[in-house]
Design a protein. Structure first.
Length: 176
């Protein structure tokens, strides 16, 4: 390289450094938001009548859907939706009868026929078009089914001196 080329390179560097420093100062002044040469405190309160530019974020937990299980009947939800009709006095139970959405011991004095009638009527009130009622079957149980896009089965069975409702709520049904 000739001496002249080296001179031009050094000359360019000597101009570039002040220009870069000036550009950085302009950018920094623009980011601060005040006139050049002033510094705003990060903890300063906003001027009267103004709201802060950044508000604290609020996070609400998102409700999660229950799990689903595969059964011989089909895929089911592992919990009942909030709207699902439950007879008065019914309590959750587990008789070990397999995969169910829910199993309920019905209140004392209930019969299989009255419990099945309750579910049949409530499903019709909820707007399900295809609600079926079958029973008494050989074992004294009654079965109420909803067919179509949303499949539901409630089997009310006698167990000794009490009755249990075994519920299958299909995974194709909405969970609201």
């Amino acid at each position: 390289m000739s001496g002249r080329t080296i001179e031009r390179m050094h000359g360019t560097r000597s101009i570039a450094a002040p220009l870069a420093a000036f550009a950085i100062a302009l950018v920094a002044a623009g980011c601060i938001g005040g006139p050049v040469g002033t510094v705003q405190s990060a903890t300063a309160a906003p001027p009267t009548g103004q709201t802060p530019a950044v508000t604290p974020a609020t996070f609400a937990p998102t409700p999660s859907l229950p799990a689903q299980s595969a059964t011989q009947w089909g895929r089911i939800w592992d919990a009942l939706p909030p709207w699902f009709p439950i007879p008065s006095g019914a309590k959750p139970t587990d008789t070990g009868s397999g995969s169910l959405t829910a199993e309920l011991t019905l209140a004392a004095g209930s019969t299989a026929a009255t419990a099945a009638g309750f579910f049949f009527t409530e499903f019709q009130k909820a707007g399900f078009a295809a609600v079926n009622h079958d029973g008494p079957l050989e074992d004294g149980s009654f079965v109420v089914t909803v067919t179509g896009g949303c499949a539901i089965e409630v089997r009310v069975v006698p167990l000794g001196d009490q009755f249990v409702a075994r519920i299958l709520y299909g995974a194709a049904c909405p969970f609201e």
